[in-house]
Design a protein around this ligand. Structure first.
Ligand code: HEC
Ligand code: HEC
Length: 208
């Protein structure tokens, strides 16, 4: 009896180990080459190099976490995240298409951005690094990383993003218009003023 337990434990232990080793591969199960073909229709707004387009509210996707991109596409398709343009773009995509496209954009190089106002960026930096303690706003850095590169697979990259896009998302989280975040960002943004949102958005644009 004991012997069979120890074998079972060993076998289980090995399969856990195998699962642990396999998970990064699973997480990156998108095929970037196929993703590139499927992303042909996206370049007009998100840029041929994934660094955004003519309108400042069209986000950069280059260097964004693959799983985060795939999740957003699935959410646009289901309506969990609402945007009239992206609902249409995501409608024909399968879950595998979303993963492939995620893998493609994750592999592109994000171009650095810049803050527009030194004064706003200074205020934004305090919020990004230290949060707003008396209102229970956690430091953004604790989830999005000290350089804003995100922590895959859950926390997206926020550095270098166009400040108009970031501000629009923060205001949407604040109002609840964007609520596909498991209640994390909506709670944070709800406690921030519009001015604080502007400041942290400007700071993150220049973060790299
Ligand atoms: C006509 C312009 C346009 C086209 C074409 C377009 N997008 Fe978008 N995309 C947008 C806009 C605008 C947003 C921001 C929506 C919002 O404000 O919530 C967006 C957001 C996104 C996001 C979320 C980014 C983030 O950081 O959360 C992803 C992912 C995305 N698009 C992928 C795609 C893919 C893949 C395609 C092609 C299949 C595509 N888009 C085509 C305009 C476009
Ligand atoms: C407890 C973890 C956590 C903290 C702290 C946090 N975030 Fe987030 N943030 C998230 C998660 C998770 C998402 C992705 C939500 C989703 O899946 O749609 C996100 C998404 C975002 C997005 C949307 C990115 C995009 O491409 O659309 C922005 C902008 C953002 N966070 C800014 C901030 C700012 C600014 C702060 C600090 C004031 C902050 N976050 C603090 C977890 C966090």
């Amino acid at each position: 009896m004991r012997k069979s337990w120890s074998i079972a434990v060993r076998v289980l232990g090995l399969s856990f180990l195998a699962a642990a080793l396999a998970s990064p591969v699973l997480a990156a199960s998108g095929n970037a080459a196929r993703g590139q073909t499927k992303a042909a229709a996206c370049a007009g707004c998100h840029g041929a190099d994934g660094n955004g387009g003519a309108d400042p509210t069209w986000p950069k996707l280059a260097g964004q976490d693959a799983d985060y991109i795939a999740k957003q596409l699935v959410d646009f398709k289901s309506g969990a995240r609402k945007d009239p343009i992206m609902a249409g773009m995501a409608a024909p995509l399968s879950a595998q298409d979303a993963k492939d496209i995620g893998a493609y954009y994750a592999g592109l190089k994000a171009k650095a951005g810049a803050a527009k106002s030194a004064e706003l960026a200074k205020q934004g930096e305090r919020i990004y690094r230290g949060g707003i303690t008396n209102r229970g706003v956690s430091a953004c850095m604790s989830c999005h990383g000290p350089s804003g590169h995100g922590i895959p697979p859950r926390y997206p990259r926020v550095s270098g993003q166009g400040p108009a896009y970031t501000e629009k998302q923060m205001l949407a989280f604040k109002s609840g218009a964007r609520s596909n975040d498991g209640d994390i960002m909506t709670r944070i943004a709800f406690r921030m003023s519009e001015q604080e949102i502007k400041a942290v958005s400007d700071y993150m644009a220049g973060l790299h």
